[in-house]
Design a protein around this ligand. Structure first.
Ligand SMILES: NC(=O)c1ccc[n+]([C@@H]2O[C@H](COP(=O)([O-])OP(=O)(O)OC[C@H]3O[C@@H](n4cnc5c(N)ncnc54)[C@H](O)[C@@H]3O)[C@@H](O)[C@H]2O)c1
Length: 458
């Protein structure tokens, strides 16, 4: 079969896999290939057990795989055969040298650029899908064009706004698609080629085009704004607990103002995930680089409040459990950084588990999709830690339950049965405010929500 276009994506992760599956699903006339240097990941994409859990992903991968969607480790062949190359490699926070702990680690990005230059035999459009510091496209263009091999490269910025857990819905019906390009005739032509791909299923008025630096920066700013809302409501949750106010009532009253809006106002143990912290640090680093100290300090505050919220949660547990957690069995309900994903990167549960083990508690972890990742995260950490698929078995003999992830299954459990199996006095620390606190209190639990006074029997 001949295809209208051949599209490649380098990096078969949480972004590359689902975004390319959606393009293949919506555009049967294109051939879409996803490559990765990690052979295990590619083998999983080619198996019945995909490397990531995302509602709706299995169905679209199974519908298109082997038809117009292919997963491979042959990066070189992919570069040679395709005219449009998305780059979706990881860009974690740098943990060495200048900018350690702040700047983006661009080594995977840089290596990919060099590989594209070495393998390309015909003109290519390179699409930045990874989240990158502003002006990275310029660096990429310089790497690609430093040797004249007669090949033309146009670099576009097309940041991904999907949220894990709702990735398929977000990709199918996005709020917007953003495409940044240089304003030269070649840049505009490349941009229009990418617009045409998305226009197969995204309404034109939701495909925004901009200059390339605005596009790169918008992704960092979008994540900073989202995380800022979480830190804002979490900071007020601390005040509510002191002032006998109820954070859910406050959030409702504030969020019904249409200028504020009611989404992303759930107080919780804090945000996690691979992006928010990394992208804010990246923004802060950029501001410091450009000598904008006040701006950098302002955004850094979002991360400080997030750390404060997690530490506050542990101190509250310690205080409620009579200032010692040693030898007490504590069950973590959830380890994923949010519901409907198995991803545990930067999950607040990692922090909580580590702190509980430092206090010499015995930690039991249960999660419907993230136990494998939890085991990897906690590997080598000293202390008494176990993993249990069945939440009822996980709670057996525990002094406390700490809700880390807002999985719906946790709200639907039989808490009378759980209460009977726990050590007394029994405690619940609801880090996501998903349980019926009054009912649990009436059953005999001592209940500590976020942003409201605790309900205790003492
Ligand atoms: N995860 C999200 O929700 C999300 C959302 C929007 C944007 N992003 C951004 O998208 C990018 C990718 O994120 P992710 O979560 O998919 O990361 P990931 O770690 O899940 O996947 C990245 C993949 O790239 C592969 N890779 C690295 N170097 C390579 C190379 N030289 N050649 C081929 N493959 C290579 C890795 O093996 C890995 O499988 C990051 O910049 C991230 O900030 C992520």
């Amino acid at each position: 079969m001949t295809f209208e276009k051949s599209i490649l994506c380098i990096g078969a992760g949480y972004v590359g896999g689902p975004t390319m599956a959606m393009i293949a699903f919506k555009c049967p006339q294109y051939k879409v290939t996803v490559v990765d240097i990690n052979p295990d990941r590619i083998a999983q994409w080619n198996s019945d057990d995909l490397p990531i859990y995302e509602p709706g992903l299995d169905e679209i991968v199974k519908a298109r795989r082997g038809v117009n969607l292919f997963f491979s480790t042959d990066v070189e062949k992919g570069i040679q055969e395709c005219e449009i190359i998305f780059v979706s490699v990881n860009t974690p926070t740098k943990n060495f040298g200048a900018g350690a702990g702040m700047a983006a680690d661009l080594q995977y990005w840089d290596k990919t650029a060099r590989q594209i230059r070495e393998c390309a035999r015909s003109d290519k459009i390179i699409v930045e899908k990874s989240t990158l510091p502003v002006k990275t496209a310029q660096a990429m263009k310089r790497i690609l064009t430093c040797e004249d091999n007669g090949v033309r490269f146009d670099v576009l910025s097309n940041p991904e706004f999907l949220a894990e857990g709702t990735a398929i819905r977000d990709l199918e019906d996005p709020d917007r698609v953003l495409i940044g390009s240089t304003q030269t005739p070649n840049g505009i032509r490349a941009r229009d080629t990418l617009v045409e791909i998305y226009a197969n299923w995204v309404p034109r008025d939701r495909i925004i085009t901009s200059n390339i630096w605005s596009s790169e920066l918008s992704k960092l700013v979008a994540n900073a704004f989202l995380a800022q809302r979480i830190s804002s409501i979490n900071s007020i949750s601390a005040l509510c607990e002191k002032a006998d106010a109820d954070i859910q009532e406050v959030a409702h009253a504030v969020g019904t103002d249409s200028r504020v809006g009611n989404r992303f106002l759930n107080a919780s143990i804090g945000f996690g995930g691979s992006c928010f912290k990394k992208d804010i640090l990246n923004l802060v680093y950029l501001c410091r680089y450009y000598d904008l100290k006040e701006v950098a300090d302002y955004w850094e505050g979002v991360i400080r409040i997030n750390d404060y919220q997690k530490e506050r949660f542990i101190l509250k547990m310690l205080d409620a459990l009579f200032n010692t957690l040693a030898d007490k069995k504590i069950c973590l309900f959830g380890f994923a950084f949010k519901a409907d994903t198995g991803d545990t990167r930067e999950s607040p549960a990692i922090f909580v588990a580590n702190r509980l083990l430092e206090e010499r508690a015995r930690v039991v972890i249960t999660d419907p999709k993230a136990l494998e990742n939890a085991m990897m995260d906690m590997e080598g950490v000293p202390g008494d830690i176990s993993y249990e698929e069945d939440p009822y078995a996980a709670c057996d003999g525990c002094s406390a339950i700490a809700v880390m992830t807002e999985w719906r299954v946790f709200a639907a459990l039989d808490y009378e049965r759980i209460y009977r199996s726990m050590a007394k006095p029994a405690f619940v620390f609801d880090g996501r405010n998903i349980l019926d606190h009054q009912r649990l209190f009436e059953m005999g639990f001592n209940v500590f929500p976020i942003g409201k006074p605790g309900l205790t029997h003492f």
